[in-house]
Design a protein around this ligand. Structure first.
Ligand code: HAM
Length: 427
């Protein structure tokens, strides 16, 4: 008798792994509800045309990776190979353009791609993603990027890099593609066989070829950002300014083009510092033409998705235990008026890390503040004091254990966050 196994590129999620999944799902649900996103679940399969038109005929996903089948009535259906086109289909189908714009939606969903399985690359994987539909401003791009960035920070993942690029719009992209194609034609002999095909079919994809022999050619290729029209150029400049305001570090790579055809203007990826092969943890961008491509009116939109299996690989690599954030907020006390602004700055750092806090009332003495924290059942109190600030630390007091220690200012949110985690039971 044949012994059945899970199909290649799929996996069972056993009880011991479940805490990681619940941890990520809980953070997604909490964080996105806090920012006005509604959850959407779309069917596991859709009409094949939605993806061939939406994602693009010349992409690897549509050409080589879709699980497509005819049902018993002969309709061609495809298991969802990505989440954005189905969400846009639902936006149109349910008349969401009549709601207040933009509409903010998030999803957690299984995704199916016939890829060569390896660590972090599955045939069935799961994505957490979100979309902001109905607003073309660069502020939305900044919102999407900062939520994606903060999501990983709230999970406790560090060591990530944000890479951005702008690949222009229907006005300026053709000019860029002409120049890119002309450049590659002069190097055609040294290209891998796949790139020779890309040159004819989808030249933008030449830039993210991973073959060794194509690296020098791609590295010296013309950059799309030099060919942007004035609108795209302004959009990109505003986005960079907003990211600066938000204090989110980024680099620009002219080779970042993404593997789906629907992107316009902004594209971005979040990658672990030690980038190996398939390790991009999440990516997204703006897709102002997708809704038109699938039969709707012109509707600008932007979004992001991350692979849950890859998030878990990174959590394990960084030894981050899945946990549940304590429901108890941290109390921020301060010893004198002079330290008030620093207490506010600390509150902002907690906010961006998803750590709940209560800021002590200004008029109370430190003793009264601590009494108030004790009565509120608080476990951790940070004391911000002028003298300690001069020396570069805060005092962290554990009211339950009745202990206290000095913690370097930079490290405090990490320390507080780790202490606030409570282990989940495995069942
Ligand atoms: P994507 O880059 O194709 O984008 O996939 C998003 C994330 O899913 C990747 O960064 C990666 O973490 C994970 N992923 C992709 N393929 C696999 C695989 N075979 N095995 C494991 N994990 C994988 C999209 O799908 C777009 N829909 C993202 C988006 C949303 N753009 C705008 N809105």
């Amino acid at each position: 008798m044949a012994i059945f196994k899970a199909p290649r590129g799929t996996q069972d999620i056993l009880p011991a792994e479940q805490p990681y999944w619940r941890y990520i799902e809980q953070e997604a649900v909490d964080m996105y509800a806090r920012h006005g996103y509604g959850r959407i679940d779309t069917p596991v399969f859709e009409a094949t045309g939605l993806f061939s038109r939406g994602v693009g005929q010349g992409t690897d996903i549509v050409e080589k990776e879709m699980y497509t089948f005819d049902d018993r009535s002969g309709s061609s259906l495809t298991l969802r190979p990505e989440g954005t086109a189905p969400v846009c289909r639902a936006y149109l189908e349910h008349g969401m353009k009549n709601l207040v714009q933009p509409v903010r939606l998030y999803y957690l969903a299984p995704i199916f791609r016939y890829e060569r399985p390896q660590s972090g690359r599955m045939r069935q994987h799961h994505q957490f993603g979100f979309e902001v539909i109905g607003d073309g401003s660069p502020m939305v791009d900044a919102e999407v990027i900062s939520l994606a960035w903060n999501f990983f920070a709230c999970l406790g993942l560090g060591g990530l890099n944000l890479v951005i690029n702008s690949i222009g719009c229907r006005e300026c992209r053709p000019v860029y593609l002409d120049s890119l194609t002309a450049y590659y034609r002069t190097h055609v002999d040294g290209l891998c066989p796949d790139c020779k095909v890309r040159l004819a079919k989808n030249p933008l994809r030449l830039l993210d070829c991973k073959q060794e022999q194509c690296q020098p050619v791609a590295a010296a290729a013309p950059a799309s950002t030099f060919y942007l029209c004035s609108d795209c150029s302004r959009h990109f400049a505003s986005l960079k300014g907003y990211l600066g305001e938000l204090g989110i570090p980024f680099s620009i790579s002219h080779r970042l083009v993404r593997g789906l055809d629907y992107y316009t203007r902004t594209v971005f990826e979040i990658q672990p510092e030690e980038l190996a092969g398939q390790s991009t943890i999440g990516g997204g961008g703006r897709y102002d033409r997708l809704i038109e491509e699938i039969g709707g009116p012109p509707t600008p939109a932007a979004g992001f998705a991350a692979g849950i299996e890859r998030i878990i690989l990174n959590l394990k690599k960084q030894a981050v235990e899945p946990g549940e954030k304590t429901s108890k907020p941290v109390y921020i006390a301060y010893t004198d008026k002079e330290s008030g602004p620093e207490a506010l700055r600390l509150a902002r750092r907690f906010e961006s890390r998803g750590i709940g806090f209560i800021l002590a009332p200004e008029e109370k003495s430190l003793k009264a503040q601590l009494r108030q924290a004790g009565r509120a059942g608080i476990e951790q109190v940070v004391i911000v004091g002028a003298e300690e600030l001069r020396q570069g630390f805060y005092i962290l007091r554990d009211l339950e254990a009745a202990t206290q220690e000095n913690v370097a200012m930079e490290a405090l949110p990490d320390v507080v966050w780790q202490r606030g985690l409570k282990r989940l039971k495995n069942c």
